[in-house]
Design a binder for this molecule. Structure first.
Ligand SMILES: [Zn+2]
Length: 90
């Protein structure tokens, strides 16, 4: 399963059902934030930097498969642009 996030040239794809657009991503992150607190005490996070990140799980929203998520190229880099049944589709 995918344990990294796609970059600007790639995307997730569910190899089970062909889903390209809907995923539940669980990630654990260590984040540094700049909190701007107003006079009433309400904080607003104005800046956030991810210091470390771990992908815990990527699950397909359509078929709930968590072990068949792959990273494929985006359409402009030769990847799929339509969603369709995969090799083990419904
Ligand atoms: Zn799926």
């Amino acid at each position: 399963m995918a344990k990294t996030l796609p970059d600007s040239k790639s995307r997730f794809r569910c190899a089970h059902c062909g889903n390209l657009t809907r995923f539940d991503v669980v990630r654990s992150a260590k984040v540094s934030e700049f909190w701007h607190v107003d006079i009433s005490g309400a904080p607003v996070v104005e800046e956030a930097t991810v210091l470390a990140e771990e992908i815990v799980e990527v699950k397909c929203r359509w078929c709930a498969a968590a072990d068949r998520i792959e990273i494929v190229p985006r359409p402009e880099f030769g990847g799929p642009s339509t969603e369709g049944p995969g090799d083990g589709g419904p």
